[in-house]
Write a protein that binds this ligand. Sequence first.
Ligand code: CTP
Ligand code: MG
Length: 190
Amino acid sequence: MPDAVQIALEIVYAFVLFIPGFVANPAAVLTGGHFPMDLGRNFPDGRRILGDGKTWTGYLGGSLAGVLVGLILAGIFLVTGFAGGRPYGNTIESVLVTLMAMSFGSLTGDVAGSFIKRRIGIQRGGKGALLDQWPFALVSFLFIYLFSGHFFMTYYGDIVGALAILIITPPLHRGVNIIGFAMKKKDVPW
Ligand code: CTP
Ligand code: MG
């Protein structure tokens, strides 16, 4: 069944290549906590714009950690020939653009999710169900589509890869947060 093998391979590539986007969020928990991005301000609806859970040290630290992990992966792919050896791009510049788009997109989506949570009245740290899990992946896809179109079209362009990420993300997110809770890095296991 070459078709099933093909699809399985596509899902493995989509997942492994997205590791920097996944890593950015838990890394933000480790570096975060200083300089709230909304400067403590409220939106016209009287609620915080983003809340104290979205800080610059988390956003920048998490994004840079994602890029760093991506560079390590790029080196491993180059040595092992995984996904052709240079899946993120052929030059160091294009690799950096892909990884920055993926990681900053991931944490920009995380911010967007919090913005929506606050608008519908969910407190900082409250359970947002898919709002904690999908926006980071969707905005990361948007950023790699905009800034690294060739990479996006190759690995996520035919929906299978992108859909696989969206399906894998909720249980993965839940698992990582349970670990973060057990390590006392997070106050709640979600
Ligand atoms: N964090 C941060 N800055 C970010 C993202 C995360 O400082 N840009 C840190 C915060 O300490 C945050 C923790 O990581 O409390 C967990 O992140 P997350 O679950 O995304 O935030 P919540 O506190 O749950 O807030 P929200 O309800 O807005 O998602
Ligand atoms: Mg949360």
